[in-house]
Design a protein around this ligand. Sequence first.
Ligand SMILES: Nc1nc2c(ncn2[C@@H]2O[C@H](COP(=O)(O)OP(=O)(O)OP(=O)(O)O)[C@@H](O)[C@H]2O)c(=O)[nH]1
Ligand SMILES: [Mg+2]
Length: 201
Amino acid sequence: MIFGRSERGKPPVEPVTLKILVAGGFGVGKTTLVGAVSEIRPLRTEELLTEAGRPVDDTAGVEGKHTTTVAMDFGRITLREDLVLYLFGTPGQERFWFMWDELSEGALGAVVLADTRRLEDCFAAIDYFERRSIPFLVGVNCFEGADRYPAESVRQALDLDDDVPVLLTDARDRESVKEVLIGLVRHAMEYAADRRRAVTG
Ligand SMILES: Nc1nc2c(ncn2[C@@H]2O[C@H](COP(=O)(O)OP(=O)(O)OP(=O)(O)O)[C@@H](O)[C@H]2O)c(=O)[nH]1
Ligand SMILES: [Mg+2]
């Protein structure tokens, strides 16, 4: 066998690699999502939530949470033999948002995770991607105990454009998260095609 070639003699496929951001408010499940789908051990930058941070770190709804992302999460998932996603989870706390500009460099698009108990926490992320014309979708992380709302109600509450997909998900579930990622790649492709059409007329 020739090194670097598959047994059937076909040259190995060079996969397309895409960079995807996972954003949203504090404690909404970004690190969980990256960990659930990553096929490599995810890189995490978690620090303990300190007593001193209590007044500003609102853990209502995620009382079991003891750590927070201070720089980023990083993971990888092969969607198809020829399509690999690199996932970058952003820090949720406002004091680390200066990281976002660097993380969003070259990103194809973003998943904005939302928790229906604290929807307003994802406004800033939505605003961020809208302003920069980075395609995004909203993944509603369905925590137990949180009321379930249809995707359309979430769209209205967040005042999203009609073309922004809203998908219900469970950040802990690999298959569910994969669907969200596939949805985002699809949406980003359509978004790019629409923009090309708008430019070329
Ligand atoms: N029940 C339930 N718990 C979840 C779900 N997703 C995340 N969690 C829990 O919620 C907490 C917060 O999750 P993280 O993944 O750390 O959230 P994060 O968005 O990365 O948080 P920051 O980086 O601090 O902004 C953890 O204790 C998770 O175990 C979910 O879908 N259901
Ligand atoms: Mg995190």
